[in-house]
Design a binder for this molecule. Structure first.
Ligand code: ATP
Ligand code: LTN
Length: 347
């Protein structure tokens, strides 16, 4: 599991502990993580350093990171099979990010959609970290010689810039980094807000009614679906242009219940939106119930969670340091194995 101990493909992904996990991130990313972890060599990260790009309350950030760890496990990730860790525990991420900053162009970062969206929304805190966010993400991915990055559609551009940076670096120094591919689900890649289906369901959404959270209680989930925006005409039919609200709900139902759009259309033939929303709410409640219950149980066992993140950091560091050492050698840094202040893990 450390480095490239097997011939299995390497998977890396992460989520910021900047808010509660949403149904969007579950269906767009984590659900795939669980499936992939059965066959591949996976690293799943809680990217707390990325979360700093928006202002965080320190106590809340700490609590959310540990809760997110419990939720990863409750979703079906097994720390014995996958490396599960917290980004700030592995300093190689910050170190490689600095190096890669020097191989990333101002112009290409200026074109990133997420930077444009987030800086338009947070005009009082357009910090340099928000701008170089994709470089830290590239470091996350490249440190582990990752083959596949399971993410939602919105992160595709970040994986592309990561490939560009890696390709540029390899072009100068030879074959240092493996070029990763995004791995995006067919259904659930872009779940939209329940109240404004033109924008993505997002944990930083100002309207909490637009979001379903993994840890939300059944009655709140049912209420949120009941209030979800639908479209004119009463038919449950998949048509993202004419019927964006209903089509989004169908995406959720399809991903949650494992049904095709045709099966959903025929199930609700001649029935109204009310019936559909009720059934959808029940399906999502049943999907999330075991996750919520298991996460609550795990969150109470702090000692276990601590041992998971400690072991995760140790395994991740070993793999990450291997790549970082190679990078330092290539760019012309003097080996630090003889420098006493460097932790032993680095030697
Ligand atoms: P923020 O609002 O702070 O940007 P977010 O809710 O978009 O956060 P992220 O932490 O950025 O969530 O995303 C975690 C993972 O889940 C990413 O792989 C992302 O692509 C995926 N994801 C997030 N929201 C959705 C969504 N609505 N539909 C599908 N996938 C999603
Ligand atoms: N930018 C991602 C989070 C993220 C990530 C990563 C995803 C940070 N580093 C590495 C995949 C691989 C997001 O979800 N907003």
């Amino acid at each position: 599991m450390d480095g490239k101990a097997t011939d299995k493909k390497i998977i890396f992904s992460g989520i910021q502990p900047s808010g509660a996990l949403t149904l969007g991130s579950y269906l767009g990313a984590i659900k795939n993580w669980v499936t992939l972890s059965e066959t591949y060599d996976c690293r799943y990260c809680i990217v707390d350093m990325h979360a700093l790009t928006s202002r965080q309350n320190p106590a809340e950030l700490r609590r959310r990171a540990i809760d997110q760890l419990a939720q990863y496990i409750a979703c079906g990730l097994d720390p014995e099979k996958s490396i599960i860790f917290i980004q700030s525990h592995v300093p190689a991420h910050a170190e490689l990010a600095w190096v890669l900053n020097c191989y990333t162009m101002f112009g290409e970062l200026s074109r990133m959609t997420q930077f444009k969206d987030k800086s338009a929304k947070n005009t009082d805190n357009i910090n340099a970290g928000l701008f170089t966010y994709p470089v830290l993400m590239a470091a996350d991915i490249l440190l582990y010689q990752t083959d596949l990055v399971p993410v939602g559609e919105d992160q595709k551009q970040h994986v592309e810039i990561c490939r560009d940076i890696a390709g540029r670096f390899n072009g100068i120094y030879g074959d240092v980094f493996r070029l990763p591919e995004p791995f995006i689900p067919k259904v659930g890649a872009r779940i939209m807000s329940l109240t404004s289906p033109e924008s993505k369901m997002s944990k930083s959404d100002e309207d909490p009614g637009g979001c379903i959270y993994v840890m939300q209680k059944p009655d709140e989930i049912m209420r949120a679906f009941k209030r979800a925006v639908t479209d004119s005409g009463g038919a449950v039919r998949f048509d993202p242009v004419q019927k964006p609200g209903v089509s989004n709900l169908m995406q959720i139902y399809s991903a949650a219940a494992g049904l095709s759009f045709e099966q959903i259309e025929s199930e609700f033939e001649g029935r109204g939106y009310g019936d559909f929303k009720l059934r959808l709410g029940e399906a999502v409640v049943e999907l999330l119930r075991p996750i919520r219950e298991e996460a609550e149980r795990l969150a109470a066992d702090r000692a276990h969670l601590e041992s998971v993140y400690r072991q995760g950091a140790e395994k991740a560091s070993r793999a990450a340091e291997k790549t970082l050492r190679k990078v330092y050698r290539k760019i012309g840094f003097i080996e630090k194995k003889d420098v006493p202040s460097c932790p032993s893990i680095r030697n």
